[in-house]
Design a protein around this ligand. Structure first.
Ligand SMILES: Cc1cc2nc3c(=O)[nH]c(=O)nc-3n(C[C@H](O)[C@H](O)[C@H](O)COP(=O)(O)OP(=O)(O)OC[C@H]3O[C@@H](n4cnc5c(N)ncnc54)[C@H](O)[C@@H]3O)c2cc1C
Length: 520
């Protein structure tokens, strides 16, 4: 039981598997008494899911830790900057819109900030308390080229091509970080007497033995479900969407690139619209209980007519995807840890999947089991922490639906009290009297902190609380800070390049470098 953990076997080569391989190999100490070796097994028969284009600001630190430069990443993955999400038509189905930016509101007591906003006129909450909405409205980048890698004038993440990210991580892991790649299909598992996994058996490459097995096999959940039978907790009673129809539309190389994921509500779900330098990724997410596949195709076609005149769905070869919102009851079982889709998936409304992969890997590496005999302690802690996180994400996603006033059957069903987690019901009662605060979200690394809840709540027209019996002490200071937000917003808009200008210059410069390399 006290054997060291040095052989890590990853089953699956999608975003989860390759992020795991890169992060573990990059953080492993080659001089350790029992150095870590990473092997990744990837089936040639099972394709990766191939979607997942919106990330979280955590991705900057992840890439930096892996040792990939920002320019290399942006160029290799057709990447662009993401500074949050814009929600169109969610409140009443009209042309109303609100932002969930990555920059939090100004620092201070939430009650004072919300009261400062209430008194400041009729600008939106997001545009009043943070600068990012103005920057996004002008399709601007969050940084200047001269800034150090991964630093920004504003907090940001990326939009990317998922297939290209997996290819970049594969190259980097195998060529620079010493990860062993086995391209073979896993057909079975060998266990030792105590129940741990000893090896995975492949079709043509024999057995691959290990101390810790990461199940990154996607929806198959080969080890965590197939081998250990850990139950799946279905959350579709809260989150109804279970289908998506996705297209990729090429764009002109001088077209504007949006700074946010644009999420447009429709009668039975919503559409995503993600701008990359060479194309837009557009998809219709829907609930099969409220819309047929043909209905979804019609909704997507209508959206394209409005968003990209001249583009017809008939020329685009849409991809259909089916999913179930839910997650495993436990994620770490014996010496097997599930990361990515094998651990679970909640509809992609707030791009919470890749960030959970990153957080899972950070949790593993920040508490890496020194030997097998302490692994179960780490597993118990991991399971408790991630159960908390999945529960909070379910509630946060539900909030977007619950506050809507749309009247179609799908939206009315979302407001049925039977579909709303009790904790969210209680919080909404509380938020009538006080804004969301860190006291509602006390964990150290909340995926969606109080600020995110404030943006959604007040963006969707939830009434800010009236002042209560206790005086708000810092209002004067808050009002002055809100004025500064306005000034700083104006100066950022005047100084930042557009996304298109930034990324075009990056490409031009890379082209110059390539040509020089070619000539020498
Ligand atoms: C419609 C939709 C939109 C999404 N949008 C976003 C988004 O905007 N942001 C975000 O963060 N996430 C998003 N996601 C989720 C995101 O796509 C995934 O979380 C991410 O791609 C990770 O997938 P994965 O690596 O776990 O699985 P996969 O990509 O499915 O990879 C599974 C791997 O396991 C391998 N495998 C399977 N069986 C075997 C076997 N027997 N032997 C060997 N190998 C095997 C396969 O070959 C493959 O390499 C979205 C998902 C959907 C469905």
């Amino acid at each position: 039981m006290n054997r060291p953990i040095s052989e890590i076997v990853i089953v699956g080569g999608g975003t989860a598997g390759w992020l795991a391989a890169c992060l573990i190999a990059a953080r492993a100490d080659a001089d350790a008494a029992h150095p870590i070796h990473v092997t990744l097994v990837e089936s040639p028969d099972v394709p990766t899911i191939g979607v997942g284009e919106g990330t979280w600001p955590t991705m900057r630190r992840t890439l930096e830790r892996i040792g990939i430069s920002e320019a290399e990443f942006l160029l290799a993955c057709d990447g662009s900057f993401k500074q949050g999400s814009r929600f169109d038509g969610w409140v009443a189905g009209g042309d109303e819109s609100y932002d969930h930016p990555f920059v939090p509101p100004i620092e201070g007591e939430p009650a004072a900030i919300v009261e400062g906003w209430r008194l400041s006129g009729d600008r939106s909450f997001a545009a009043t308390v943070a600068t990012q909405s103005n920057v996004c409205a002008a399709d601007l980048a969050p940084r200047q080229r001269a800034m150090p890698d991964y630093a920004g004038a504003l907090n940001y993440a990326y939009h990317l091509d998922a297939g290209k990210l997996a290819a970049l991580l594969t190259r980097h892991a195998t060529e620079k970080l010493g990860v062993r790649l086995v391209r073979d299909h896993v057909v079975g598992v060998d266990r030792v007497e105590d129940g741990d996994i000893a090896a995975v058996r492949t079709r043509g490459s024999g057995e691959i033995t290990g101390d810790l097995f990461l199940d990154c096999s996607g929806h198959t959940a080969l080890l965590i479900a197939g081998e250990y039978g850990v139950p799946f907790l279905d959350r579709s009673d809260v989150l109804f969407n279970d289908r998506a129809l996705a297209v990729q539309v090429p764009v002109a190389d001088d077209s504007p690139i949006a700074s946010q994921t644009i999420a447009t509500a429709h009668r039975a779900g919503w559409l995503w619209d993600i701008g990359l330098p060479t194309r837009r990724g557009i998809g219709c997410v829907y609930s099969s209980a409220y819309a047929s596949d043909d209905d979804a195709a019609g909704i997507l076609a209508d959206y394209l007519v409005g968003a990209m005149p001249g583009v017809s769905i008939d020329d685009l070869n849409p991809r259909r995807l089916a999913f179930r919102s839910g997650h495993r009851e436990r994620f770490w079982e014996r010496n097997c840890l599930a990361i990515g889709l094998s651990a679970g998936f909640l509809e992609p409304l707030e791009a919470s999947a890749i960030v959970l992969i990153e957080l899972s890997l950070n949790a593993l590496l920040d508490n890496f089991p020194a030997s097998r005999d302490v692994m179960d302690i780490h597993a118990d802690r991991f399971n408790a922490l991630f159960r908390y996180r999945w529960d909070r994400i379910v509630e946060f996603l539900k909030l977007h639906y619950l506050l809507s006033r749309r009247e179609e059957p799908y939206w009315r069903a979302h407001r049925d009290p039977a579909s709303v987690p009790q904790r969210l019901v209680d919080l909404l009662r509380l938020w009538k009297h006080q804004p969301p605060s860190n006291r509602d979200f006390p964990a150290i690394e909340e995926v969606f902190p109080a600020a995110s809840h404030q943006y959604v709540l007040y963006g969707m027209g939830f009434a800010p609380p009236e002042p209560g019996a206790i005086r708000i002490g810092t209002l004067q200071h808050t009002t002055a800070m809100l004025r500064q937000v306005e000034q700083r917003g104006r100066s950022l808009v005047a100084s930042l390049p557009t996304n298109r200008a930034y990324l075009a210059a990056l490409r031009r410069d890379a082209g110059v470098v390539d040509l020089k390399e070619h000539a020498s």
